[in-house]
Design a protein around this ligand. Sequence first.
Ligand SMILES: [Zn+2]
Length: 192
Amino acid sequence: MAQKIAYFIAGIAAAGAFAIALTSNAQDKAAKPTPTPAKNANVSAKKTGKKMQTVENTEKIEKITRTDAEWRKQLSPLAYDVLRKKGTERAFTGEYWNEHRKGTYLCAGCDLPLFVSDTKFESGTGWPSFYQPVAKNRIADQADTSYGMTRDEVLCARCGGHLGHVFDDGPKPTGLRYCMNSVSLKFVPETK
Ligand SMILES: [Zn+2]
């Protein structure tokens, strides 16, 4: 019995030494500068790795519903104002109007991939602009007649979050301009 315990203790000591070896190795590594993780690194790796292509409209979008209190809790005050109360961020103040990296833009409310960088273009408006969504059925349009204008409001098809508006003065091939609020989107850079 005593011998067994002795072996057991020896085993623990060996494991401990091994763990220390691992730790010190990890510390060595940590001493070197490591690249800062992307801001949206908490978005699942599945979405970050692959290049998102335009997908077919055949997928079924399961709607997400949350209470107003839940949205308030989940979103920043500005994101809540824009996504849930149809607000608009001020031009040239958002995070993505000047974003040029390759990647995918998800809905900031529910993480549904909505746009890809390949369809983003310089609109000069101060809002991230795209000529088409990943799939037409991922967004919902509805007429918006507020502020004395007739515009097509763009909503996330899954959570109903307000994203921005779509205009027909965009570039080829669609001629559309999806004028989005940065705060309604979450950019996930493409990884090699
Ligand atoms: Zn959404």
